[in-house]
Write a protein that binds this ligand. Structure first.
Ligand SMILES: [Zn+2]
Length: 262
């Protein structure tokens, strides 16, 4: 009997080693809660070797993902609905999904915004304030138009997109408060969401309290997973990461496990 189990384990390990496409999270238990999806570029990039490839979701794929959400009973929520859930500790929203986009690339205006309007879906975009109005990034005019539509909220992704952990206390405060102030002055509304540049190590015990001291209510990381719903705001918000080139099955895994592969 023991030999059988060992042989089975060896077979599974061999198959995972031999076929990387099997290394997906289908065997993890499904989890309910708030799925925050992390996107970057929305555009067409055909070279899988390009370093931006995983960060670039094609517009037609994003549209299929939106249709998948609708067909499967997911509810795209806005930042206001997240705020309300935190304030009241309750929400009637079932299967909530929050679409977030990092860095403020110009293709978000060109390729994402038409889809948000077509399907009346809210989104949250994190801007790097020093890069606004520069090539490849959105202009203030575009940002204001998206904001005025009522579909797009904007959060801060710092001024300069440096790794906060490696900065001095004063520099961290500057990155957090100056970006918030610039966004609020231009958008005429409170900016409550913040997103750490770089991976799960983009923050630590020294950085995180400064985010709240600066007046933010929500901090988004690249830690993968599903968030408790209603959101009570104890930890950073985890995000699922639909990569460029992924299939709708991967998307299903993102939505039910918070990640598509290990
Ligand atoms: Zn970023």
């Amino acid at each position: 009997m023991m030999i059988c189990w060992l042989a089975l384990a060896a077979l599974v390990i061999y198959l995972f080693w031999r076929f990387p496409q099997l290394r997906k999270t289908w065997y993890l238990p499904k989890r309910k809660g708030l799925i925050a999806l992390m996107y970057h570029h929305v555009g067409v990039l055909n070279d899988p070797q390009d370093e931006q490839y995983p960060f670039t979701v094609r517009p037609d794929m994003l549209e299929r993902q939106i249709l998948y959400l609708k067909a499967n009973g997911y509810t795209p929520i806005s930042l206001a609905e997240l705020e309300q859930a935190k304030r009241t500790s309750k929400s009637s929203v079932k299967k909530p999904v929050l679409l977030t986009f990092d860095d403020g690339y110009r293709d978000n205006y060109e390729n994402l915004f038409p889809l948000l309007k077509k399907y009346n879906i809210p989104a949250l975009i994190f801007l790097i304030t020093d890069r606004i109005d520069s090539p490849n990034y959105m202009t203030w005019e575009q940002i204001k138009e998206m904001s005025a539509s009522g579909l797009v909220d904007f959060g801060s992704h710092t001024c300069s997109h440096r790794r906060l952990r490696s900065l001095s206390d004063d520099e961290i405060v500057q990155e957090l408060t100056r970006s918030k102030q610039i966004l609020e002055e231009n958008l005429g509304a409170a900016v409550t969401a913040f997103c750490y540049p770089y991976g799960a190590g983009g923050f630590d015990k020294r950085v995180r309290p400064q985010v709240f001291k600066a007046g933010y209510l929500f901090d988004f990381s690249t830690k993968k997973g599903v968030n408790p719903w209603p959101w009570k705001g104890k930890s950073t918000l985890r995000r699922a990461f639909p990569r460029g080139g992924e299939t709708l099955f991967d998307y299903h895994l993102q939505l039910t496990r918070g990640q598509s592969k290990l």
